[in-house]
Design a protein around this ligand. Structure first.
Ligand code: SF4
Ligand code: SF4
Length: 415
């Protein structure tokens, strides 16, 4: 008989040329398009506590992770950083590049940009206002144009199912490299048509982008803190181009995910670090499952980027149409309780079947917090609390370290 349907979401196929898909949303999963928001709170927090890039805000652990990475992971990420540098450099000045063509009065470029992006290989493409409430403080003056082209590139399916692993890291970081090159070609098209195109590198981010992807109708926020899009869930890397080209905005969609995640809870129950939380809170104006960063970061650093929360998500593995059809037919979460979906292995701890989680000592979760300079002050305060009296040489060394930390914090990109 199946559950009564609230509405059916129609979306383009996974890749250019595929037939479109229909996603049935049952009545008990219907909530609101996008994500429940208190707009007044989003605006308030953006004014009094503006967001900042994790590369700055969590700078102290950016240095620490290199002491934890396995050798092969460190070597691969170093190579990735070298490969990404030219893309990041190009993106950082892309807002100053003048258009190469002349605009035509009265035109609308929405569908031209969308079809070019799809032809290049982006799986999801949407348009919305660049919402400055989500911009990072250090990038406030950098973002020049009002419209955001939201772009999601799917990462390799097979490699992702091996999370956590170096193989999966190839998919993760490799996708950044591929999409950066694709975005340059899309920006060229926009400039040829007479408009500006500013590329926001996924490795030098300018804003919290997921709320804008949700506003552009490309998915909903999952309990794992990631964008769940129709074909590949969170198995994608997101980036953005902002432009002054005339475009029409897409609208947020209720895919049923907001309610579905509360029934599914697989990522919450399978997270090795117990970093995901079942109950939602209102956080900076959004109703969401708030990840506990301090529980996640050491697991990510130690176990090849972790990503168990991506791997075990049924939307990632089976796609939204199959997951929602199964829910309508059976009231169950597709794949829940199976080793195939929920099982994973951690390099030094072995395999964890559904229902089993690793154990970590408390010391595993001790790592440097906050900005680089703040962490230095914390350490210094601890020394004073232990009644150590610093020498003049100690003080000048401390000043040198703080100064160099502040310089590093100003370089917002990941290093
Ligand atoms: S990356 Fe790993 S530790 Fe972090 S939230 Fe996801 S599953 Fe948990
Ligand atoms: S695993 Fe389940 S609860 Fe977690 S994000 Fe995916 S659908 Fe939502």
């Amino acid at each position: 008989m199946g559950k009564p349907i609230s509405h059916i979401v129609r979306r383009p196929g996974r890749v250019e040329g595929d037939p479109g898909v229909e996603i049935p949303v049952s009545e008990d999963l219907a909530t609101v398009p996008g994500i429940p928001l208190r707009e007044v709170d989003v605006s308030f927090y953006s004014r009094v506590q503006p967001l900042e890039s994790q590369n700055v805000e969590k700078g102290a652990d950016r240095d620490w992770v290199w002491t934890v990475y396995a050798d092969d992971v460190a070597e691969y990420i170093k190579g990735h950083d070298e490969r990404m540098k030219p893309f990041i450099d190009t993106a950082s000045v892309s807002g100053d590049v003048e258009p190469s063509g002349a605009p035509t009065a009265g035109e609308d470029l929405t569908e031209d940009i969308r079809s070019k992006a799809r032809e290049l290989g982006f799986g999801e493409v949407g348009f919305t206002r660049f919402d400055r409430r989500y911009v990072y403080e250090s990038k406030r003056g950098w973002v020049k144009f009002p419209h955001a082209v939201c772009l999601a590139l799917e990462q390799d399916y097979g490699q992702t199912q091996s999370l956590p692993s170096l193989e999966a890291e190839y998919a993760h970081y490799g996708t950044y490299e591929i999409e950066s090159e694709m975005a340059e070609r899309l920006a060229e098209l926009i400039r040829d048509r007479g408009y500006h195109a500013q590329m926001h590198s996924p490795r030098d981010p300018s804003a919290a982008v997921i709320p804008m992807f949700v506003a552009a109708g490309l998915g909903q926020l999952g309990a794992n803190g990631q964008l769940l899009s129709p074909h590949f869930g969170s198995r994608a890397r997101l980036m953005m181009i902002t432009t002054d080209a005339p475009v029409k905005y897409d609208a947020p969609v209720d895919y049923g995910m907001h309610a579905f995640c509360q029934k599914c809870q697989i990522c919450v129950n399978r997270c090795p670090g117990r970093a995901l939380v079942k109950d939602r809170v209102w956080w900076r104006g959004a109703h969401k499952n708030k990840l506990i960063y301090e529980r996640c970061r050491p697991v990510m650093a130690t176990y090849e980027g972790c990503g168990v929360c991506m791997k075990v998500c049924p939307v990632q593995k089976f796609g939204m149409p199959a997951v929602m059809e199964h829910y309508v037919e059976t009231g169950e979460v597709l794949g829940k309780g199976t080793d195939d979906l929920e099982g994973y292995a951690l390099s030094d701890k072995g395999y964890f079947a559904p229902g089993k989680l690793p154990h970590f000592e408390r010391s595993f979760f001790e790592f440097p917090h906050g900005r680089r300079e703040d962490w230095l002050f914390e350490q210094f305060k601890e020394r004073l609390a232990n009644e150590e009296t610093p020498t003049t040489e100690d003080l000048s060394q401390f000043a040198r370290k703080v100064k160099s930390a502040m310089v590093k914090s100003r370089a917002t990109r990941d290093e």
